[in-house]
Design a protein around this ligand. Structure first.
Ligand SMILES: [Zn+2]
Length: 207
């Protein structure tokens, strides 16, 4: 599925084709030498197609509806940090899950966003076929475009099942990525304040 990663609106019209997904799972079951008609597998194509509709629902999220009036004018210019936003995504190379948490911070320039919206922004981009680097960048760019703040910082930590299950090098399964705009990029002290905050008292990722 193609979409312009720089344009959050570009993918809004993408929808999962349930029938096509279901048929492809039948084909996949056959291709691995199994019988799609046997009891345990009979309903699997339906379940898997529905599952992908849910796991890949981010393509259908309309960014303007997601924000839905949750932007507020304020006189506040201190750092806002939301830590430990849990997410589940699918790596686009293997279509296996990568699971982790995102930390999002921004410094307002007159506008803030309702706190519950940041996890929904993360979900909108996580529930697609993704790579962690792009997920991180898209979250940061969306907050930047929506709030035009003094700065945005996003750090994403995740465990990649494609690395863990395929057992090549299990210690490479955990990855951290970051994307910074504005003050977080320009100002070392600002960046350090954010990084110190998100590392304070946080448990290492475990699954
Ligand atoms: Zn992968």
């Amino acid at each position: 599925m193609e979409f312009d990663e720089n344009d959050p609106e570009a993918s809004a019209d993408e929808r999962i084709n349930y029938e096509a997904a279901k048929k492809s799972i039948v084909d996949l079951i056959k291709a691995v030498g199994e019988d799609p008609e046997r009891d345990g597998l009979k309903n699997t194509p339906d379940r898997v197609a529905r599952m992908y509709t849910e796991l890949l629902s981010g393509y259908a999220t309309e960014p303007s509806k997601l924000i839905n009036g949750a932007l507020f004018q304020v006189n506040y210019d201190e750092m806002v940090i939301v830590r430990d936003i849990e997410f589940y995504s699918l790596c686009e190379h293997h279509m296996l899950p990568f699971i982790g948490r995102a930390h999002v911070a921004y410094i307002p320039a007159g506008k803030v966003i309702g706190l519950s919206k940041l996890p929904r922004i993360v979900d909108m981009y996580a529930r697609r076929l993704q790579i962690q680097e792009r997920l991180t960048r898209q979250i940061a760019d969306f907050v930047q475009q929506t709030l035009a703040p003094q700065g945005v910082a996003v750090v994403v930590e995740a465990m990649h099942l494609c690395a863990m299950m395929r057992g090549v090098k299990k210690h490479d399964a955990r990855m951290t990525t970051s994307a910074m705009h504005g003050a977080f990029r320009a100002n070392l002290a600002t960046r350090q304040e954010f990084l110190a905050n998100i590392s304070r008292g946080s448990e290492p990722l475990q699954f």
